[in-house]
Design a protein around this ligand. Structure first.
Ligand code: HAM
Length: 455
């Protein structure tokens, strides 16, 4: 005898009808998209290795206090956009909205401050912001970021920009513009703030509600409000760059000199202040234009010389940047930038002394422009450490610029296969490197042919 079919409960019929979707602002990354993500991750990891940055992974869930203190209680991402909750044990935690405070927390928690400076770290992974979702803006999105902790020289600021540009270039993303500003430090900002407040107070009526509040909490943020009426007011406002103390002025000038040296064009943006509280001196953003001429921020960063102290460590300067991976992938897809095979750098650039550092930036850029992959470490390593690094990455040629070479416009070329070295004029170096790489490639081909025949 057949069994009577079971009667469906109302819960069951409902279950059948409902097709569950991702939570608003969250997305699946499908297999067809993976090659773009893989390519991007590979390029980021490679640039990190070439510039000697080590990967750090930190938890997705952190204490709310980390971002309240680090990013700033009054910033949009902490005040309005954080995914916060209480654990069963009563801890106030959140999904990380950005990486920088976590990096510094980890740096202090694991005693990395006793390591030789700068400590160079990078990360990539998901971040969470409860913002209004739209094209290119998600509630779960991915970032990669680089942070250099413990070095105050503006060459590190330039290096951050150079790394980001190198990533965009490796991905063949064109028309990326660099927006740049300096927002001063504890020394010069208070008097600038006073000036700004007195300018804005007279125009308070024309500001949006948020900016009226910011006048008390964080007047600097009014400069980058996107409300048309605030933008109009701000256009004539006093500019931070005109009120920098001598140390900030010097820092900004040397950054501009470094950028000129490596021929990275920039747009000075007096209204750029960035939305996070920890920045001092340099702030920058990268913008790309899509087919319809819309601008979207691919990334941003700057110096944050007080954050380590704010999070309980000793006074330590630092600089970094992060980029939105989803936005970069969107651009890659739009422009049909399909992944290609990568190769590793065959040239290592070593330098000793301040002037040499400057000269080597220029040669680095020339090599890159000639399509030659090059690795370096612009930190403070001595020559032996740099040669060890060149060995580690199996560089074929090391170019060395010391104080003397920087002064007389020459470069020492060291052939890592033969061990021989010679001094060459700097303006002949690209040609010579090309010649030698070609010769090495031919020798390698011959060698491979020979070993194949033997087999
Ligand atoms: P940020 O400007 O807040 O900086 O974020 C960096 C990049 O992440 C943005 O330029 C954008 O490309 C991407 N991004 C931000 N929010 C979203 C979103 N909702 N959806 C998609 N992409 C988004 C920081 O996070 C700092 N931690 C950067 C830094 C590192 N400064 C110093 N070191």
């Amino acid at each position: 005898m057949g069994r009577k079919p079971l009667k469906k409960t109302s819960g069951q019929s409902k279950r059948k009808k409902q097709r569950l979707q991702t939570v608003r602002g969250m997305r699946d990354i499908l297999p067809v998209e993976q090659p773009y993500w893989q390519k991007l991750k590979k390029v980021v990891d490679k640039v990190a290795a070439d510039y000697n940055y080590n990967r750090l992974e930190f938890p997705i869930v952190e204490n709310v206090e980390l971002f309240e203190r680090g990013t700033g209680k009054d910033t949009d991402i902490v005040d309005k956009e954080m995914f916060k909750f209480k654990t069963k044990g009563g801890e106030n935690v959140c999904l990380r909205p950005e990486g920088t405070p976590s990096v510094i927390r980890a740096y202090l928690q694991h005693g990395m401050n006793s390591q030789p400076k700068p400590v160079k770290l990078f990360y990539r992974g998901p971040m969470f912001r409860y913002d209004r979702p739209q094209e290119g803006r998600y509630r779960e999105f991915f970032q990669f970021g680089f942070e250099a902790i413990g070095e105050k020289d503006a060459i590190l600021d330039a290096q951050m920009i150079q790394m980001a540009m190198r990533i965009f270039k490796s991905l063949k993303i064109k028309n990326v513009s660099l927006h740049l500003n300096s927002i001063g430090c504890e020394e010069c900002r208070p008097s600038y703030n006073k000036l700004l407040i007195s300018y804005l107070k007279n125009r308070k009526k024309s500001l949006c509600m948020d900016c009226k509040r910011r006048l008390k909490t964080n007047p600097l943020r009014i400069l980058d409000c996107k409300e048309e009426k605030c933008m109009q007011v701000v256009r004539q406002a006093p500019q931070t760059v005109d009120h920098l103390c001598s140390s900030c002025k010097k820092h900004f000038t040397s950054l501009l000199e470094y950028l000129d040296e490596i021929e990275v064009p920039y747009l000075l943006k007096p209204q750029l202040v960035r939305g996070l509280d920890y920045y001092t001196k340099t702030v920058f953003e990268f913008f790309a234009e899509d087919d319809e001429g819309r601008q979207s921020a691919l990334g941003g960063g700057g110096r944050y010389d007080y954050l380590v102290e704010v999070l309980g460590g000793p006074a330590t300067p630092a600089v970094g940047f992060a980029c939105g991976m989803d936005r970069i992938v969107n651009l890659m897809k739009e422009n049909n930038l399909l992944p290609q095979a990568e190769q590793s750098p065959k040239i290592y650039l070593a330098q000793l002394g301040d002037l040499a550092k400057k000269k080597s930036l220029k040669i680095f850029e020339e090599l890159e422009r000639a399509g030659i992959m090059v690795a370096e470490s612009f930190g403070r390593g001595n020559l032996r450490t740099q040669l060890r690094q060149a060995n580690k990455i199996k560089a074929e040629i090391v170019l060395i610029i010391g104080q003397r070479e920087a002064l007389d416009g020459s470069v020492i070329l060291k052939d890592m296969n033969s061990g021989g070295q010679e001094v060459l004029p700097a303006d002949k170096i690209i040609k010579e490197v090309k010649k030698r790489l070609k010769k090495n490639a031919e020798l390698l081909k011959k060698h491979e042919k020979k070993t194949r025949r033997k087999k």
